[in-house]
Ligand binder design. Structure first.
Ligand code: T1G
Length: 707
């Protein structure tokens, strides 16, 4: 046998163990070795049943995604998986798939080619391919409707969410849930079914009769709504629909065509980039081998919007957490919001009452620092003012135990300045959560000049425990995300001064794929947040350099956006936006007072001005080392700022457009709007000049760091 597949015997049962760490992907050679093992066991007279099981933490996580990267770069694809699956299905002896961890993508397709499937409680099965911009390519869209019915198959293939053991059993995907030791339970199951004719899923057509067109129509509507702009979900629906019209083999051929189209799409390249980018963020040069400490207890200062969300994040991860406020009224308000949020999740069926009670029990609200000396991490989430932050850090520095990490949730203030208020700058860093902190996956972990590798390693590992994507950022104003957001929002505001309407700007970026337009996002976040920052840094504004004019005027009128019902747009009581004629009039007057010529502006220019400003600033902070990789910047924007995943993030998007084209457009804007605002980043100029990309920059950096 091969290193990755072992064939052993348990009396009359053959056991085929797949052992291809870390997730038993169907890398080249693995399907072949499984097929050889099945054929060997089938030919062994002493064997009357065959079990396929995974070693390590999972059954099979699917095809080897790295192979797709090679294929779209022009490498010859490995042979199709279909003949290998047919070899399993046509095996004369029953083949039982024993699933633990995940049977995802090709992993579920292998399982469905087997005659029986048993699953460990707590395991999951799924067809997540659409999250990579592709569709199942090994008969998943043909076998799943035959096992689970058409509607379930459409839901699983078009939206890619996994289902647990109970749901898989109820849907008919698996035949039994095994409590206790999986292999032993599977052997017992095998002995029950020996002698029965092995059922073939490709021949089970009874569930295909439910071919109501409404199933496909409503799935298409839902995909256009929740997977806006993405092509793979629609292809997956078409493939499952084909299963209800075509014989199995023709259905598989149609699926294979759709699969190939998706695989060679820019969207799939972007989503596969996003998959690996998210897994690369934790690889920090110079930190390999640094042992993270375990965080068992936490404390949060401030129970406001951010403090409350951070407290819930800890409680959700099973961490006992103290939350401190300065007044009983503020504490009660904060706790009421936390309770309301949990109750809302219970009402929506996303959380059980028991789980809510357990999480509430982990939270200790108080007005003192009692117990802070036992915390392993203290996160400060108080008002964004340097003086207050330094006062708080001096206080917790005096109380906290030496190994305790002191983190600030500041979204832009100087971490070194905050650390200077303590005697342990090595244990001080930024933990910049995104609102709502208990929902948003992104966590910017900001390294100060004295921050220790241990503190960083501990926070990076802890981010995974919190189910966050922790991205390391250098210390500068706004770190990665907010620093890039500055020029993006600047251009959005300039564009309305120059003649675009607020609606035009929001719609153009929304159509580009952003979760919401820039001015709508500012109205949601609150215009006063940016206003306070501009006032704090007014002294740093470069004389003679154009600044947006209207936002400050709106704030002086007390118009902070959604929270005041008026901002760039006006909002009804259900926060639905509509154009605000007073704001449009204010913009026109301000522009004419400012001598700004107004003109018709295309959606294309709106997108280019905003997105290229983002990319250019990204290139600057990459060159400064504020971000380790261009792909880290992409992860920040995909998980914190609603950048469309199917475009891969701003830096990957720039690569798909071509850095030479990006540079030419930047020079156009520099020509028209001035060097101070649009001088192309030196790194971008260098890469474009050499026909390189941000991805090649990352590869070179990784190679240089020994990655
Ligand atoms: N191929 C290659 N590498 C993979 C992989 C895969 N399918 N899945 C994970 N890895 C690597 C990952 O990059 C990381 O590497 C390590 O394994 C641990 O992953 C034919 C076409 C299974 C839920 O989409 O969802 O089958 O960073 O950090 O949090 O129709 O991995 O350590 O070097 O994510 O425990 C469909 C993708 C493929 C599942 C485990 N399958 N994987 O999560 O670990 S397409 C998927 C996951 C397909 C067929 C089609 C998760 C996981 P490194 P990790 P985790």
């Amino acid at each position: 046998m091969s290193e990755t597949v072992r064939l052993t015997r348990h009396e009359e049962i053959a056991i085929i163990t797949i052992d291809n760490p870390p997730v038993n992907a169907l890398s080249p050679g693995v399907p072949e070795a499984i097929q050889a093992a099945v054929e060997s066991a089938a030919g062994d007279p002493g064997v009357n049943a065959i079990i396929v099981i995974g070693a390590g933490r999972t059954f099979i996580a699917g095809a080897d995604i790295r192979e797709f990267v090679k294929i779209v770069k022009g490498e010859k694809p490995a042979r199709s998986l279909l003949p290998f699956l047919t070899a399993i299905e046509t095996c004369p002896k029953p083949v039982i798939m024993a699933i633990h961890g995940q049977a995802f993508g090709g992993g579920l397709e292998v399982a469905m080619a087997g005659h029986y499937r048993v699953i460990a409680s707590g395991a999951q099965v799924g067809q997540p391919e659409v999250k990579l911009g592709i569709i199942p390519g090994a008969a998943g869209t043909q076998r799943l409707p035959r096992l689970a019915g058409v509607a379930k198959a459409v839901e699983m293939c078009a939206f890619g969410e996994p289902v647990g053991a109970e749901e898989a059993l109820a849907a008919g995907i698996v035949d039994r849930i095994i409590e206790g030791e999986l292999l032993a339970g599977t052997v017992a199951f095998a002995r029950e079914i020996v002698g029965q004719a092995p059922p073939r899923s490709s021949r089970r057509d009874s569930k295909l009769s439910d071919r109501d067109p409404a199933i496909f129509a409503s799935a298409r509507r839902q995909a256009q709504k929740t997977k806006r702009g993405q092509t793979a979900p629609l292809a997956a629906i078409e493939a499952v629909e084909a299963a209800t019209r075509l014989p199995f083999d023709e259905g598989c051929a149609h699926e294979a065509d759709l699969f190939r189209q998706c695989l060679h799409s820019t969207q799939s390249k972007a989503l596969i980039h996003a998959f690996f980018a998210e897994r690369a963020v934790s690889k920090i040069p110079g930190l390999a081998g640094t042992q993270p400490s375990e965080i068992r207890r936490a404390a949060v200062i401030g129970a406001g919007t951010m403090g409350g969300g951070i407290t819930m994040t800890y409680a959700n991860a099973g961490i006992p957490v103290i939350v401190k406020e300065t007044s009983q009224e503020a504490l009660d308000r904060g706790m009421a919001t936390i309770r309301k949020n949990y109750a809302g999740s219970v009402k929506k069926g996303r959380l059980t009452q028991t789980a809510m009670d357990e999480r509430m029990a982990r939270i200790t609200p108080q007005l003192t620092y009692d117990g802070f000396d036992e915390a392993d991490i203290i996160v400060e989430a108080v008002f964004e003012g340097m003086a207050l932050k330094k006062q708080v850090f001096a206080e917790i520095d005096a109380i906290a135990k030496p190994s305790c990490i002191l983190a600030s949730n500041t979204s832009y203030l100087d971490i070194d300045e905050i650390a200077s208020a303590t005697r342990r700058p090595g244990m001080v860093l930024g933990n910049h959560f995104f609102s709502p902190a208990n929902v948003m996956r992104l966590l910017e972990i900001v390294r100060g000049k004295a921050t220790s590798p241990e503190a960083i390693a501990t926070c990076m590992a802890f981010a995974r425990k919190l189910k966050k994507v922790g991205v390391l950022a250098g210390n500068c104003r706004g770190f990665i995300g907010n620093r890039m957001l500055g020029p993006y929002l600047r251009e959005a505001q300039f564009l309305v001064e120059e003649g675009a309407t607020v609606g035009d700007v929001n719609q153009a970026l929304y159509d580009f794929g952003m979760a919401m337009g820039p001015l709508a996002m500012s109205d949601l976040a609150g215009l006063d947040v940016g206003w306070r920052i501009r006032q704090e840094f007014r002294h740093l504004e470069r004389p003679g350099v154009r600044q947006p004019l209207v936002a400050d005027l709106l704030c002086e009128m007390g118009r902070y956006g959604q929270k005041t019902g008026r901002g760039w747009s006006q909002y009804d009581e259900s926060r639905n936006p509509s154009p605000d004629p007073e704001t449009e009039a204010l913009i026109e007057k301000t522009a004419s007072d400012g001598g700004i010529e107004r003109r018709h502006i295309t959606a294309e220019e709106i997108v280019d001005r905003c997105v290229l400003a983002l990319i250019n600033e990204g290139a600057k902070l990459l060159e400064e080392g504020i971000a380790l990789r261009a792909s880290d910047i992409d992860v920040v924007y995909l998980n914190g700022y609603g950048f469309p995943a199917w475009r891969g993030g701003p830096m990957f998007y720039a690569d798909t457009v071509g850095l030479d084209h990006i540079l030419a457009r930047l020079k156009e804007f520099e020509e028209r709007h001035g060097t101070a605002l649009w001088s192309p980043a030196p790194l971008l100029q260098r890469l474009a000049g050499r026909g390189n990309t941000f991805s090649s920059f990352d590869q070179e950096a990784a190679a240089a760091a020994g990655g």
